[in-house]
Design a protein around this ligand. Structure first.
Ligand SMILES: Cc1cc2nc3c(=O)[nH]c(=O)nc-3n(C[C@H](O)[C@H](O)[C@H](O)COP(=O)(O)OP(=O)(O)OC[C@H]3O[C@@H](n4cnc5c(N)ncnc54)[C@H](O)[C@@H]3O)c2cc1C
Length: 624
C-alpha cells in the first residue's frame, strides 16, 4: 500500500471536536456569537452528524426538563436530586448552571420539529419527575439539522477521527486527526477548542460475547476520546472513578426507565421477592444518601446485585403485572379495556423501537409479549458517561455569577488548560444532564469560548515538526501491518504486531477481572488494582505494535489507545479513593464502607504532558 497521505490544514477561530448533543448545542450558540464578532467556527466529527453519538438511534424520553415557572419543580431541587444521586459528590454550580438553561434547549428542540408527547391540556407528558416523553427516533437528525444550518456544511468535517490535541505552551492550539475514508491527515489550528467526544464504552469486557459481541448499553461509537484528549492536553480531570452501571433488560440492554417510571413496574428476584422492599434496611448503611427519595441509582443496583450474589437471580421486570394494573381501571368496559391494552402494548414496543431496536428484536425472537410474561433485567458492564449517572470528565470552571472562587477561573466550562473547553460527557462532576442538558452545556461552553477568543484574540502557534511526528504516529499501525503481514498465514495472528480487536480484548479482560467488572462481581481491591496497573504497563508497551490493514482498522487502533488512557485514569483514581462510596457501581472490598469524614471530596487526576507523570489528589466539595 503506498503510504502517501496528504496533509490538510484548516485554520479557524473556534474548533468544536465531536458532533453529538453537546457539540450540536455548541454549534448553534457559537454561530450566533461568532457572527457578531466576525469569527469562524468549525466542527469535526468522526462520524456523520445526523446519526453520531449516543443519541444516534434515537431516544424515547428527554431526561432533563425542569419546567421552571410551571409551579412543579425548581432548579434548586434538581441540584439536590443530582447531589443525592451521586452520593454527595457533585459540583452544585455546574449542575445549577445547566438546569437553569435546559428548558430553553428543550423548547428549541420542539421548535425544530421534535415531537414531544402532550396531554389533553397541551402540557408535556412526564415519564418521571424530570423526564418527558418524546417520539424520538429522529431526535439526533433534528438536532443535527439545526447545527448544520447554523454553521453551514463548509464548516463541518465529517468522518475525521481526532487523535491528539495541539498545544502552544499552556494554551490549546488545535487538534489533529485522520480521515477514515480518504488518505488525508487533518491539522486544525484554533484559538479555542471544545472537547465533546462523548464518554467511553468497551473499556470493560461486555456481557455480550460470541454472536452478541458488539452489543452494549452504550452505543459503540464513543471510545474515551474526550478523556484522552483532555488528559493529553494536561487538563485536570475529576471523578474518573465514578463509572456508571445501568440495570437494563438483559442481553439487548433495552431501557427500563419507562417501565419503572411510566408503567410503575416492579422488579423482583427469581424467588419472587421485591429486593427494593426486602433489602430496605441495607440502605441505612449508606445514609444519608440511602434514605432519600429517589434512592440513588447505584444503591438500587446494589440491592438487586445482593439478590444475584445470593443466588436469587435472574431478576425480572414484571411487565405483565404493570400492564394489567394500568388496564384494570377499564375492566368494566370491554371496548375501552381492549383499546387501553392496545395502547399500552404499542407504547411498550415503541419505547424500544425509539432507541434500542435490538431489544424489540430480542423480544420478538424469544416470543416475549410484555403483557403476557415478565422479562429479565441485569446489571450491565461499567461505562464512562459523565452526562448520565456517572460523573467522569474534565474539571471545568463554573459560571461567574454562582461558582465559588475555587471553582471559577475566567470562563464557564473551560478546563484547566487555557482555551480548552469541555461539555457533555467530556466535563465531569455534573451528572444527570443527559441529552438536553448536554446540548445546553454545549451552548454555555460555546458562548464562553467565543468570549475567550474575543479577549485572547491571537492565533496560538502550531509546531509543524510536532505535527509531522503525530502524523507518523497516527499512521504507524498501517506501516506495521504492511511490513509484517506476510510473515504468518493468518494476518490476524502475528508475532510482530497486535490487531485492535485482540488489543481491546486484552484491555477488557484485565479491567473486568481486576478492576471490578461483571466477572469480578463489580468488586476490586488494592492488590487487584496493582495487578491491573502492571498489566496496563505491558499493554501500553504493546500499543506501539498495533497494526491496521486499512483506515477503518486504523480508527479501531486509535479508539483502543483512547480507551486505554480512560482505563488508566480509572484504575489510578479507584486506587486512590480508599472507601466504597458507590456500591452498585463498584465495591472496594478492602474498604467496604463509605467514609464521609475522609472521602466526601472530589478525586482529581492530572497527567503532565512534559514529564509524563500522573498526579492524583483531593479537591473539596463546596456547596452552593
Ligand atoms: C444508551 C444510552 C441511553 C440514553 N438515554 C437517554 C434518554 O433516554 N434521555 C436522555 O435525555 N438522554 C439519554 N442518554 C444520554 C445522552 O445520550 C447523552 O447525555 C448525550 O448524548 C451526551 O452528549 P455528548 O455530546 O457528550 O456525547 P455524544 O452525543 O455521544 O456525542 C459524541 C460525539 O463525539 C464524536 N466522537 C467520538 N470520538 C471522536 C473522535 N475521536 N474524533 C471526532 N469525533 C469523535 C461522536 O461521533 C459523536 O458525534 C442516553 C445515553 C446512552 C448512552
Amino acid at each position: 500500500m503506498p503510504m502517501n497521505f496528504e496533509t490538510v490544514e484548516v485554520t479557524t477561530d473556534f474548533l468544536i471536536v465531536g458532533g453529538g448533543m453537546a457539540s450540536c448545542g455548541a454549534a448553534v450558540e457559537a454561530a450566533y456569537w461568532a457572527k457578531k464578532h466576525g469569527l469562524k467556527v468549525t466542527l469535526v466529527d468522526k462520524a456523520s452528524l445526523d446519526r453520531s453519538g449516543a443519541v444516534a438511534m434515537g431516544l424515547s424520553a428527554i431526561n432533563q426538563y425542569i419546567g421552571v415557572g410551571k409551579g412543579k419543580n425548581t432548579v434548586e431541587q434538581y441540584v439536590e436530586y443530582v447531589r443525592q444521586d451521586l452520593m454527595g459528590v457533585a459540583r452544585d454550580d455546574l449542575v445549577y448552571n445547566i438546569a437553569r438553561h435546559v428548558d430553553g434547549t428543550v423548547h428549541l428542540f420542539e421548535k425544530w420539529g421534535l415531537p414531544i408527547w402532550k396531554d389533553d391540556n397541551g402540557e408535556y407528558v412526564n415519564e418521571g419527575r424530570w423526564q418527558i416523553m418524546i417520539n424520538g427516533e429522529s431526535y439526533k437528525v433534528i438536532v443535527a439539522e439545526a447545527a448544520k444550518n447554523a454553521l453551514g456544511m463548509d464548516n463541518i468535517y465529517e468522518r475525521i477521527f481526532i487523535i491528539e490535541p495541539l498545544l502552544d505552551g499552556d494554551r490549546i492550539s488545535g487538534a489533529v486527526g485522520f480521515s477514515v475514508r480518504e488518505n488525508k491527515f487533518y491539522v486544525f489550528k484554533a484559538k479555542a477548542v471544545l472537547a465533546a467526544m462523548g464518554g467511553a464504552v468497551g473499556v470493560f469486557k461486555p456481557r455480550s460475547t460470541g454472536e452478541g459481541l458488539g452489543r452494549s448499553w452504550y452505543p459503540p461509537f464513543s471510545t474515551g476520546s474526550s478523556a484522552y484528549f483532555t488528559i493529553r492536553a494536561g487538563a485536570e480531570m475529576t471523578c474518573q472513578e465514578v463509572r456508571f452501571i445501568p440495570v437494563r433488560f438483559k442481553d439487548a440492554y433495552g431501557p427500563v426507565g419507562a417501565w419503572f417510571l411510566l408503567f410503575k413496574s416492579r422488579a423482583i428476584s427469581a424467588i419472587g421477592g421485591e429486593y427494593m422492599v426486602e433489602r430496605k434496611d441495607e440502605l441505612q448503611n449508606w445514609a444519608p444518601y440511602g434514605l432519600v427519595k429517589p434512592i440513588p441509582a447505584n444503591l438500587r443496583n446494589y440491592l438487586g446485585m445482593l439478590d444475584c450474589s445470593e443466588g436469587k437471580g435472574p431478576l425480572m421486570m414484571m411487565t405483565n403485572e404493570a400492564i394489567a394494573k394500568l388496564a384494570d381501571q377499564y375492566k368494566d368496559d370491554p371496548k375501552a379495556f381492549k383499546k387501553k391494552m392496545k395502547e399500552l402494548e404499542s407504547e411498550a414496543w415503541e419505547d424500544f423501537l425509539d432507541m434500542t431496536i435490538a431489544q424489540a428484536l430480542l423480544w420478538a425472537a424469544t416470543n416475549i409479549q410484555p403483557e403476557e410474561k415478565p422479562s429479565e433485567i441485569a446489571a450491565a458492564e461499567p461505562y464512562f458517561i459523565g452526562s448520565h449517572s456517572g460523573a467522569s470528565g474534565a474539571w471545568v470552571s463554573g459560571p461567574e455569577d454562582i461558582a465559588p472562587p475555587e471553582y471559577f477561573w475566567g470562563y464557564a466550562n473551560m478546563t484547566t488548560v487555557k482555551g480548552l473547553f469541555a461539555a457533555g460527557d467530556a466535563s465531569g462532576a455534573s451528572s444527570h444532564k443527559f441529552s438536553s442538558g448536554s446540548h445546553a452545556e454545549g451552548r454555555i461552553a460555546a458562548k464562553a469560548a467565543i468570549k475567550f477568543i474575543v479577549e485572547n484574540n491571537t492565533q496560538p502557534a502550531v509546531d509543524m515538526a510536532k505535527v509531522e511526528e503525530l502524523k507518523a504516529k497516527a499512521y504507524a499501525p498501517l506501516e506495521i501491518y504492511e511490513a509484517n503481514k506476510d510473515f504468518t498465514t493468518d494476518p490476524e495472528v502475528n508475532p510482530a504486531y497486535i490487531k485492535p480487536k485482540m488489543f481491546m480484548f486484552r484491555l477488557q479482560k484485565m479491567m473486568d477481572e481486576y478492576v471490578g467488572g461483571v466477572t469480578a462481581n463489580f468488586s476490586t481491591n488494592k492488590p487487584s488494582l496493582d495487578r491491573a496497573m502492571e498489566l496496563l504497563t505491558f499493554l501500553k508497551e504493546d500499543s506501539e505494535k498495533l497494526a491496521a490493514k486499512d483506515l477503518h482498522e486504523l480508527m479501531r487502533c486509535w479508539e483502543n489507545i483512547h480507551r486505554m488512557w480512560q482505563a488508566e485514569s480509572h484504575v489510578r483514581t479507584v486506587m486512590f479513593r480508599e472507601e466504597t462510596r458507590w456500591p452498585g457501581y463498584y465495591f472496594r472490598a478492602d474498604f467496604p464502607k463509605m467514609d464521609e469524614q475522609n472521602w466526601l471530596s472530589f478525586v482529581n487526576i492530572k497527567w503532565d504532558p512534559n514529564s509524563g507523570e500522573w498526579d492524583v489528589f483531593k479537591k473539596p466539595i463546596i456547596r452552593l
